[in-house]
Structure formats: structure tokens, C-alpha cells
Design a protein around this ligand. Structure first.
Ligand code: CA
Length: 219
């Protein structure tokens, strides 16, 4: 799962990144609201952790802009402001949860797990395209009813493509679903994962759009 962390406190960013990566999340961080709004459109993160006190924009405006892009995107607010008004305003604008600083990292992780569970039970527990079924809760993939084994990263890659079936995803946006920024990724990593995935999936399931990216066509 790819988390976009929007926070301008670099020490906090480093600490949170470390904890989240240890838990198996891919984390991208941005310190400005404007970049974050764009990133939600282009990188399609699975969850946003949003600090309300940002240098360039009010965090609540950032959230409002993100909600225009995606109604379902889980957003967890971090705020140093403890006033009730901000919390209520945040929740009114569609935040899924909030934490008041200073908070315990374990508390944050627990809240993320709750949001994750809620999001997956909300949506549906799986995605079907053709005869491929991907279970987002059990992390199992089956082709024509037969379970296919795959690595965590292959699963995440396939999930990203199936969730966006009918849309071309660029190599860059797929990389960002699998790896945190700053993590060493060799230039052919996605090709290699796609190569392995293709062996496990029906012929032509993942199509290459030369020079653009990859697509799974809706069936
Ligand atoms: Ca701040």
C-alpha cells in the first residue's frame, strides 16, 4: 500500500517514514500542499496522512482539493491544533480520522490499520477482471478459480493495474506504488515484475503501451 505523507516537519517525516516502511508500506513524502494535491492525481496513493499546518496552503483546503479528485481516498489528518473546530471541520470535509500532535507512532499505525480495514471492507473485498480475481483482504489472486502464488510486490503491481483497469499506468506511477521515494530502484524493475506476472496470468492480460506504460483492459 502506498501512503502519501504530507508534512513539513522533517524530523517527524523521517521518524514516520521509518516506522511505516518497517510495517511494509511504501511511503512518499511531500512538504507542501500544492504538490500533494497534484500527487494525489498523478501518483494515485492508497492513503494520505495530512498535516494541517503546511507552509503554502491551509491543510483543510488541501483536503478539499484532494476530495475533488477522489471521494474514496482515505485521509488521516495530523494536527497540532487541538481546537475542536479544526477537528470537526476536518471530519466534515471527509477526513477518515485525525491525530493531535504529539502522538505515539504505534497509535498512528493502529489508526492506519483501522482505516485500511474499513476501506477494503467498504469497497469490496476483491477486484475481478476477466477470469482473474484479486482478493484485497486475503491478498490472494486466482485465475479461473486456481490460486496463483505471487510475491508481495507482484501482488501490489497487479492490484494497482486491476484497480485502474481501462487506464494506462506509467512505469513511474507503478514504481511509486511499490517503492518509497529515495529507495534504489533499477530502471528495469517494473519490466521484470511484469515479466514474472505475465507468466502467471492469462495471455494478453497485461498489455504494453509502448513508450507509455501498461494497461489491463476492462472485460
Ligand atoms: Ca506542520
Amino acid at each position: 500500500m502506498q501512503i502519501l505523507l504530507v508534512e513539513d516537519d522533517t524530523a517527524l517525516v523521517e521518524a514516520l517514514k521509518k516506522a511505516l516502511v518497517t510495517e511494509g508500506f511504501a511511503v512518499n513524502s511531500l512538504s507542501k500542499g500544492k504538490q500533494a494535491v497534484i500527487s494525489v492525481k498523478t501518483e494515485l496513493p492508497d492513503m494520505v496522512i495530512l498535516d494541517l499546518g503546511l507552509p503554502d496552503m491551509d491543510g483543510l483546503d488541501v483536503m478539499r482539493a484532494m476530495r475533488k479528485t477522489s471521494v474514496e481516498l482515505p485521509i488521516l489528518i495530523l494536527t497540532a491544533r487541538s481546537s475542536l473546530d479544526d477537528k470537526v471541520a476536518g471530519l466534515d470535509l471527509g477526513a477518515d480520522d485525525y491525530l493531535v500532535k504529539p502522538f505515539d507512532v504505534d497509535e498512528l499505525l493502529a489508526r492506519i490499520r483501522v482505516i485500511e480495514r474499513r476501506a477494503s471492507s467498504f469497497k469490496h473485498s476483491g477486484i475481478t477482471v476477466g477470469n482473474v480475481f484479486l482478493d484485497t483482504v486475503s491478498h490472494e489472486v486466482s485465475v479461473a478459480g486456481e490460486v496463483v502464488n505471487m510475491s508481495r510486490r507482484e501482488f501490489m503491481l497487479l492490484k494497482g493495474l486491476m484497480e485502474n483497469a481501462g487506464r494506462v499506468l506509467t512505469k513511474g506511477s507503478l514504481e511509486s506504488k511499490l517503492y518509497s521515494w529515495g529507495e534504489e530502484v533499477s530502471s528495469n524493475t517494473i519490466e521484470v515484475h511484469i515479466h514474472h506476472l505475465r507468466k502467471k496470468l492469462p495471455d494478453g492480460f497485461i498489455q504494453t503501451m509502448r513508450g507509455v506504460g501498461y494497461i489491463i483492459k476492462r472485460s
